[in-house]
Design a protein around this ligand. Structure first.
Ligand SMILES: CC(C)(COP(=O)(O)OP(=O)(O)OC[C@H]1O[C@@H](n2cnc3c(N)ncnc32)[C@H](O)[C@@H]1OP(=O)(O)O)[C@@H](O)C(=O)NCCC(=O)NCCS
Length: 198
């Protein structure tokens, strides 16, 4: 079972890239709205549409799951990136959005945000993190230990192998059923040519 959020404060001074001073919790709902306004265009540009990236859901969960809403800032408190999530299910944690300012990518900022997010999720008793991805970010998540065949990627926080998610299993079974139905619908003349010499 996941624990309460209050005892997991993240305010870390950066020891990595010079362009991030610290990774800390989003301070309050007003800052969450500002962080969302910073992230939304990055998603629109790279991922397209707004996908599962909804401010309302984050605001709903803010009081309970503020510890899972992290922002990376520079020395002047300008946003460089953010990782926003919440607890979902008995021991799961959803990472709803993670993005970094395009001018500061490939410097490890998202990896550090994700590492801190995983640390908080583990501290809260989470056993896995899951997220929906679009095309762009798969390489990043795979480089950080996430896996999955469809558009849902997961990572175990306990070191145990993760069972296939119900939705992935359903998608796979539906694809197998559709392939079988197509085979059955194929006329015999197309799949097994008759011997015309007889
Ligand atoms: C995906 C994203 C968050 C990565 O941020 P970042 O700070 O540049 O990531 P990191 O520097 O920590 O990258 C770590 C590793 O991930 C992989 N990686 C990151 N971005 C990659 C890319 N565009 N293509 C291929 N591999 C990539 C690399 O292995 C990289 O290590 P390297 O730079 O030493 O090769 C960032 O590109 C982004 O904000 N994209 C737009 C929003 C988005 O797609 N979010 C995720 C959707 S859920």
């Amino acid at each position: 079972m996941l624990r309460g959020c209050d005892d997991h404060r993240v305010t870390r001074t950066a020891d990595g890239p010079a362009d991030v001073h610290s990774i800390r919790r989003v301070a309050d709902e007003a800052e969450l709205r500002a962080v969302f306004a910073f992230l939304a265009p990055l998603f629109a540009a790279d991922v397209g549409g707004d996908g599962d990236f909804r401010l309302e859901r984050l605001l709903e969960r803010f009081n309970d799951d503020q510890a899972l809403m992290l922002v990376a800032v520079d020395a002047d408190e300008a946003f460089r990136g953010a990782a926003l999530g919440f607890r979902d299910g008995p021991s799961g944690v959803k990472l709803q959005a993670l993005a970094v300012d395009p001018a500061h990518r490939r410097r490890g900022i998202a990896s550090r945000l994700l590492g801190d997010f995983e640390q908080v999720a583990t501290g809260l008793g989470g056993s896995s993190i899951f997220l929906g991805i679009e095309r762009a970010a798969r390489a990043f998540y795979e480089a950080n230990g996430y896996s999955g065949r469809g558009t849902v990627l997961r990572k175990s926080l306990t070191g145990r192998a993760l069972a296939e998610s119900p939705s992935t299993r359903q998608d796979r079974l539906a694809a197998l059923r559709a392939a079988r139905a197509r085979r059955l619908a194929t006329p015999v003349s197309e799949s097994e040519p008759l011997n015309r010499d007889r």
